[in-house]
Design a protein around this ligand. Sequence first.
Ligand SMILES: [Zn+2]
Length: 445
Amino acid sequence: MTPHCHWFNTYTPNHTPIQLANNQIIYSVGLGSVRFQPVINGKPGCLLEFERVLHVPDLRNNLLSVLYLTRAKSYIVTIQHDQIFFKRNGALLFTAAINSNNAASINGQVVPMTQFSGMVSTCPLDLTLWHRRFAHLNHGDVKKLIQEDLVKGIVVKSMDLPDPICEPCIAGKQHRSNVSKLASHHASGLLDRHWAVMPLKKKSNAFAAFKHFKAYAENQLNLKIKATRDDKGGEYMPREWDQFCNSEGIHRQHTIRAEPHQNGVAERANRTLVEGITTMLNEAHLPATFWWDAVAAFVHVHNRSPTSAVQGKTPFELWHNSKPDVSHFRVFGCTSYVHVKKDLRRQLESHTQKCVFLGYPAHFKGWTFWNPITCKEVISDSAQFDERVFPGNSRTPVDLQVPSPPETSDPIEQVGVVLDLYDPVTSYYLPFIILTFIYFSLTGS
Ligand SMILES: [Zn+2]
């Protein structure tokens, strides 16, 4: 038994009562295995995996049942002076040292789950799970990721054909099936680019967002933005934007908003994104108010997905010049048990908070969660996930609306697309900007 949820290598929810010495009853919240690196006579022994370990957040110390090891696991345990020896099949597997309080601690250390995070799962590690972890990416592209070795950290234990029915995909995409065909047919263009998204309080903030993006992109890539293209909407037209581009030597091209074929790429990007986040919000049973978290998680995943424009590389690799690691991907909206660090809790307070998984923070290696009790977002690098359970309780299906699709398409290079999503149920009106970087100099396109 342990209070430390971040120790677990495998994990399933579990509710077992445990009676303490003072007759108090506490409960486990999970059950799984913990990896342990023993140290015997100063040298590392064989890596062990303790099975059926209970996760009990209210415990103060870790407890190991010697009776369970001897009766259920065929261990032979001997005590000599201040040392305990744990043998099985004649081999010494680990030892423990007895202290002056007659308590013993095992010699060695736990291997925390983060080193094996790609393998930790409550669902079978198959194509269906990775389809869901990649924001319901089409199955062909999921296979491509694996077969063409486009990313690091995908563990797949079965290449069985995925289930043809995926309810969240149906909820997010089916009623637009004609459009999806159009979108996938002409998938080149904006969809293949590295995306950055920023929420806008008002559309007039688009210029500030562009300046921010320009500084970031140019610094990161050591490249210069030479031209931009936009659709001449009001949000692109403040005079200072023109003056800024003149002084920076950036050529501005405007397409004409009334001409639908010129807007084709932007429309498709919009549609891909809206279908993606509608699917994610429906699977998570979260209301449209979580749209921004879904957008940010979708873009994070999109930048690490295959593209048709550049063979053998993801947008992430083009940007960072290294393969992305996706071992941290989890299904949006799933239940998560977030470890509460020692300095953030009082004695006897739970070591875990049950949250909803919301995505990947931009500048921190970890995950973003929503705590429904405190109604606060939490960022942590230590959590366990149950990808079978979605604690969101929205009963209203999310159906975000976008403008009708263009008749024809033209792969216009477009740097900024200001989009509006409209949720007819809640009447939410959600402006944000997608900024994409086009790799003229990298791809020669
Ligand atoms: Zn799906």
